[in-house]
Design a protein around this ligand. Sequence first.
Ligand code: GLY
Length: 536
Amino acid sequence: MVASQHELASKIGVEVMKRGGNAVDAAIAVGIALAVVYPEAGNIGGGGFMVIRFKDGRTRAIDYREMAPAAAHRDIFVDRDGNVIRGEGGSTIGYRASGVPGTIAGFEMALAKFGSGKLKWRDLIEPSIPLANDGYVLSHRLASLAEAYKEHLSKYPDSNRIFLNNGKFFKEGDLFKQPELGATLKRIADKGPREFYEGETAKMIAADMKANNGLITLEDLKNYKAKERAPIRGTYRGHEIISMPPPSSGGIVMLQVLNMLEAWDIAAMGHNSAAKYHVLTEASRRAFADRAEYMADPDFADVPTVGLISKEYAAGRRKGIDLKKASTSQQIKFGEVAVSEGQDTTHYTVVDPEGNVVSNTYTINDLYGSRVTIKGTGVLMNDEMDDFAARPGMPNLFGLVQGERNKVEGGKRPLSSMTPTIVLRKDGSVWFAVGARGGPRIISAVMQTVINVIDHGMNIQQAIDSPRIHQQWLPDQVLHEPYGLSPDTIDILRGYGHKLADRPGNIASATGIMIGADGVRYGAIDSRSDGAAVGF
Ligand code: GLY
């Protein structure tokens, strides 16, 4: 089964498995397909993380997060007066906002190390080429989404032509064609993954960057490297949780919160209760305060992962939580951890017939990334540079405040919140896999899905659809969802001292697959978003 945010992409993954491919092969084909049919987040101009659990119990993680170009430095997004540069030239819009894309290199590594060996690179790219060249029918959502992003998309000629129909916009039912992207995919299929980093596509990226004051050079593209990392592992009430380590904060923050919550009987508190949301908010506040201080690219900064996810550390952090009174984020600082240990985004899940599982989240950050489509390539670029601390202590696009460890440095990966996760039953078999899109809210969506299944006994669809909350230390507010909290629950939470957001809004969107005890696969797409789970 494949659960992704577009039916056509899920179907392509299923076809790959029908031809003998494993979950990794299928995940690569789905990722390429989403770059065509889910262009606002699916990508080859961004990066992400793939967590794999093989049927024999081995687990692996591939980090294909973007890297800052070599010319980037700590103050690149700060003006002479020390203010963060907003808009074009800053970390969110335009050519300078992009890190060196990692998606193609990540897929190259995944195929070489963990593919079935039965299908070749070309076999995984080719199914998406007709979707780009001949087009697909636009949904109402995608047709109107591009128009909603017209302010900045319209500034970049190729983005204006491809996504805004030269200002005439698209409507539901139109055939949406991306011939330049089709040609780029064909080059990559014919010449192999290095084409993107060293061939004609690389030259086109570097030339367009140079012509527009961007930073990415041919040398940066050539030097990009995907990395294999050891997945982060922890437990919640005896169930093993496997997730992404730094440079994502997702796995650590989720495990920190789950470790703190383990002391309380969350099931007895009840799913949507004030009691549960109170402790969840307080635990999240503490874990996100640690995120701001400690987390960053582990190749550039000491990240005390083992200390942060230890049960002992959680016990200490939990001690300060008053069960009837909210703390303020001003009071809550990062915890004491031994530092040296010596040592808008889319998620999809694939389970193959043998039981190998891939949980993959990748992104170009904001919807439509930096809004720049590289001239002649159809490749929409990321604005992942905004996931660095543009100025340590100042909020980014998601309002996240981050510290010195996550400052901009050439060759470094920005800190992420992506949380591709796999959860095991107590007997060690795979129970479910889940991930989400939505910046730091991803962590809240994934961990509340885990809590909903383990504590509240929900199935995967119920667990993903249920209302959730989000608290990320700063700003000091609790986000909540439409129809999520009853007025009396809100009153109780306010009575404890929580600052609830004035208006409710959706918090991230998730996809996942649960494997029943009898082996049946149950796919789930968040009702907050679209997509399809396709099985065979
Ligand atoms: N760009 C969102 C994230 O990686 O967390």
